[in-house]
Each structure stands twice: as C-alpha cells, then as structure tokens.
Design a protein around this ligand. Structure first.
Ligand SMILES: N[C@@H](CCC(=O)N[C@@H](CS)C(=O)NCC(=O)O)C(=O)O
Length: 205
C-alpha cells in the first residue's frame, strides 16, 4: 500500500493529484511543515524518511521517494496503463523531460525564493528587496512557458501527462502568491484543476 506524506496545497499536492489520476488505494498522512510535534516534519521518525524534513514523501513498501517530480514519474511508471508519462516515443519523452525540468529549475524557483524570504528562512537571512527580482524572473519564465505550451491543450503530446500536474500546480501556486499569471495560463490552470482527479485531491488536501 502506498503512503503519501503531505501538507495542504504545498508541492505534495502534485503527488496527491497524481495518485487520484491513477485511481489507486493509498493512505494520505497530513504532516505539519516545520513542526517538532508528533505529526511534524521535524521529528526524527519523519526525517528518517525525508532527510530534509520536507514534503512530499511517498513510501511504497520498501521504496521511499522524496522529490515531487520523481514521485510523479514513479506513480506514472507503476500505473503505465494511464499513459501519464511517454515511455516508448523518444521525442515525446524528451519534450516531457524538457518541460518538467524547466518547471523545477526556472518556473518554480522565483516562487520558492519569494516564499523562503517571506516565511521559511531564519529572520536574519530574509531580504525584502528580493521580491522585485522574483517577480521579474517569474515573468521571464512565464513567457518561456507560453512558448512551450503554444496554446496547446496539454503540455506534451495530445493527452494529459504528469507534466500538466507540475505546470498547473506551479501556476496555481503563483496565483495564490499574487504573482501576475497571464490569462491564457490561468485558463490552462483552470482547465487542469477541473479534472475530476484534481477535484478529489483538493477535497483531501
Ligand atoms: N524539490 C522538492 C521541494 C520540497 C519542498 O521544499 N517542500 C516544501 C513545501 S512545498 C517544504 O517541505 N518546505 C519545508 C522546508 O523548507 O523546511 C520537491 O519538489 O519535492
């Protein structure tokens, strides 16, 4: 049985959504980020699973995975019949990897930097001036994402994949942090969030 450790609509929501897409049974354990209490991410028992004390963490028997994108790929490969990751088509797989790595290395980084300087870093390391830079960087990455999506229905190929979860959750995150998200990208996010798997995940998050 799969167990997912997560918290609300943090990056763990990507994994929660992915588990709903493959219609499997799983146990969802809500943990408190940064807490030393019993269900906290800073307890010794949680850190044995996730050295950094972060979410998400997915446990499947003796396999423990701690990076959201790696978790999505693991789920996609375990439930291949849902076709959530390109396997045999090298061109589509390269495009899938390209956009997923772009989300992690460019699109989400300004949001994470903004968040770290607002709530995560020790007070003395937080810089207010970084805000302007993060908005500028996000706008630049957003233009690149629009180029990748190019008004297509899905990020890769002609159907939904895990890349759409990564992108939509990140844009939803941007919107909730009040970054400017363009109308076409908001429309794409709304469409993805209307999927029944996403709605079920939202009820559990
Ligand atoms: N690259 C990791 C990032 C995980 C991460 O930073 N998670 C945040 C929540 S979205 C967290 O647990 N932060 C707590 C901390 O930084 O101490 C992933 O995508 O899974």
């Amino acid at each position: 049985m799969i167990t997912l450790y997560g918290s609300n609509q943090s990056r763990s929501f990507r994994a929660l959504w992915a588990l709903e897409e493959v219609e499997t049974q799983y146990d969802y354990k809500q943990v408190k980020i940064g807490s030393h209490e019993d269900n906290g991410t800073q307890t010794e028992s949680y850190k044995q699973l996730n050295f950094q004390g972060k979410v998400p963490t997915l446990v499947d028997d003796n396999i423990v995975i701690t990076e959201s994108a790696a978790i999505l790929n693991y789920i996609a490969r375990k439930f291949l019949e849902y076709e959530l990751i390109p396997i045999n088509n090298s061109m589509l797989r390269a495009k899938y990897d390209e956009v997923c790595y772009f989300v992690l290395s460019d699109l989400e980084q300004p949001l994470w930097t903004f968040g770290k300087h607002k709530f995560v870093l020790p007070q003395e390391l937080r810089l207010k001036a970084i805000n302007k830079t993060t908005h500028w960087e996000f706008a630049k990455s957003q233009a690149t994402l629009e180029h990748y999506l190019n008004d297509k229905e899905f990020a890769v190929g002609n159907h939904f994949t895990m890349a759409d979860i990564l992108i939509a959750q990140t844009l939803h995150w941007a919107n909730s942090f009040k970054f400017d998200v363009s109308e076409p990208l908001l429309g794409y996010t709304k469409r993805m969030y209307e999927r029944s798997a996403c709605r079920r995940a939202l009820q559990k998050a």
